[in-house]
Design a protein around this ligand. Structure first.
Ligand SMILES: [Zn+2]
Length: 142
């Protein structure tokens, strides 16, 4: 089998931040890298899950909602993928700087009732907010 593009990057030199790659269909995959790959520090499974709920909700309610294809966590727990259409790197960077504070301001986790989520007990709002603040700081220093 072919090695897929995301496995062809040398993860040991991949910095935290925001990385973009556009495919032949015009979909851009943004790599929201919260943690240094293989750095020994990873987003906890609970915070990862909560951030998925928070940011997916805020992004899909934003002015750019028509251009959001997908948002979800990386299995390695070092970040998230955001798939977009028709948005430049700078537009996505600005969108994240606007949406992350809105996610941090949420007082409850959207979609976290038993009937709305596949693992409704696996959440940690405070840890999710801590990780989001840390990532926002990374974005502000790019
Ligand atoms: Zn869930």
């Amino acid at each position: 089998m072919d090695k897929i593009p995301s496995f062809q990057k040398n993860h040991d030199v991949l910095p935290v931040g925001l990385h973009a790659q556009t495919d032949q269909n015009g979909i851009t995959t943004f790599d929201l890298r919260f943690k240094k790959p293989n750095g020994g520090d990873y987003v906890s499974p609970k915070a990862l899950h909560t951030i998925e709920h928070l940011l997916a909700t805020v992004l899909r309610n934003s002015a750019e909602k028509e251009n959001i294809v997908y948002f979800g966590p990386m299995g390695c727990r070092t970040g998230f993928y955001l798939l977009t259409l028709r948005l430049s790197y700078d537009e996505v960077l600005a969108l994240l700087k606007k949406c992350i504070p809105q996610a941090i301001a949420l007082e409850e986790i959207p979609g976290s009732k038993r009937e709305e989520c596949g693992n409704y007990l696996e959440h940690d709002l405070n840890d999710a907010k801590r990780e989001l603040k840390n990532y926002l700081n990374i974005l502000e220093n790019l």
